[in-house]
Structure formats: C-alpha cells, structure tokens
Design a protein around this ligand. Structure first.
Ligand code: IMP
Ligand code: MG
Length: 177
C-alpha cells in the first residue's frame, strides 16, 4: 500500500473517550465482584495509548505489565506468525489477568497470546480490545470487553500504526490508498 499519509477520519477523540469510559465502567463492574490482584497486560506497541487511558477509568486496584508480540512486520498483511519479542516482568499465576489489545483482526495474535497466558495458571483471564474487525476473523476469540467493531479497513492513530507511523494521532483514521 503506498503511504500517501492521507487519513480519512473514522473515530473522533470524543467518541474514543465515550468508548473508553464505557469499557472502564464494564471492567470495574466485573472485577468488583472478584477479589484478588488484577494484572492489566498491554500488548506492545499498539495498545500503549489505549491502555494509558483505560487503566485510569478502571476503579479497582491493579498493576500493569507489558508484553511485545509481533505478527505483521512492517506491512498490512498478517503472516500468521506470532513471536514474543518481550515477555512479562512478573508471574501471572493465581492473579486475575486482563489482556489489552489495540485491535483484533484475524484473531491470530490474541488466540496465541490467550493460549500462552492460560498455560501460566492465572486465577482468571479476560480480554479487552479497543477495536474489532469481525469480518476478517480466522481464529474464534471471545472479546470480553470490546470497544468498537469497524469495517475491513486498515486504520491508524490512537496507538495503531502503519510501518510504525501515525501512532500519535489523537483520532483513528483510515489510511489513504
Ligand atoms: P491479528 O493477529 O490478525 O488479529 O492482528 C492483530 C494485530 O495486527 C494488532 O495487534 C495490530 O497490531 C495489527 N493490526 C491489525 N489490523 C490493523 C489495522 O487496521 N491497523 C493497524 N494495525 C492493525
Ligand atoms: Mg499490535
């Protein structure tokens, strides 16, 4: 895809704030009923902006940890190959885990990371994604807390990149063709 730098706005800052508030309320309500330590795990790099906003809307004691996985290289086509570039700092055994992702596309990344974390014996494992492209799903993953379904377009901004660019846009846009 040629990098024209043209972005068609898809989700404005105000809508992002509404989505994040709603997710924070849902997550807070869920963990209120639970007891025990909550670890919110962000998948780097895409989730870092969303994660920063989200944790401030969760009214429950928590710690954060990060994991870096990659499946895309610098393009827009998934290779289906997920590699751990950086693992968690701390064990999740016996803890409530909330996995946070920027976008679920084919589901490859989430499916593999969910299986991997599940093997580490957390007390519970829930997943939250800011965006979801259901039309491209190859792996059946249940998103417990989902921000917004979007059509099959390549989007950037609010942490999401194209070849590492555009992560700093405060809105989500569609890359120009
Ligand atoms: P999946 O493994 O196919 O579900 O892809 C998930 C990962 O691909 C996400 O964590 C993103 O990093 C990346 N990705 C998928 N769709 C997009 C997009 O539209 N814009 C930017 N990154 C995307
Ligand atoms: Mg990503």
């Amino acid at each position: 895809m040629p990098d024209t730098g043209i972005i068609q706005r898809l989700i404005e800052e105000e809508e992002i704030a509404t989505i994040v508030n709603r997710l924070g309320e849902q997550i807070t309500a869920h963990y209120r009923a639970n007891e025990g330590e909550l670890v919110v795990i962000g998948l780097l790099r895409g989730s870092f902006v969303f994660m920063a906003d989200l944790v401030r809307k969760i009214n429950y004691p928590l710690v954060v940890d990060f994991m870096a996985v990659s499946s895309y290289g610098d393009g827009t086509i998934s290779t289906g190959d997920v590699k751990i570039a950086m693992d968690l700092d701390e064990s999740v055994e016996g803890k409530h885990v909330l996995l946070v992702e920027d976008i679920v596309d084919t589901g490859t990344t989430f499916a593999k990371v969910i299986r991997m974390l599940g093997n580490r014996n957390p007390a519970s494992l829930k997943v939250c994604s800011f965006l979801n492209k259901p039309s491209r799903r190859r792996y059946d993953v249940q998103i417990d807390f989902c921000g917004k379904d979007i059509p099959d377009e390549f989007v950037c901004g609010y942490g999401l990149d194209y070849a590492q660019k555009y992560r700093n846009l405060p809105y989500v846009g569609i890359l120009g063709k």
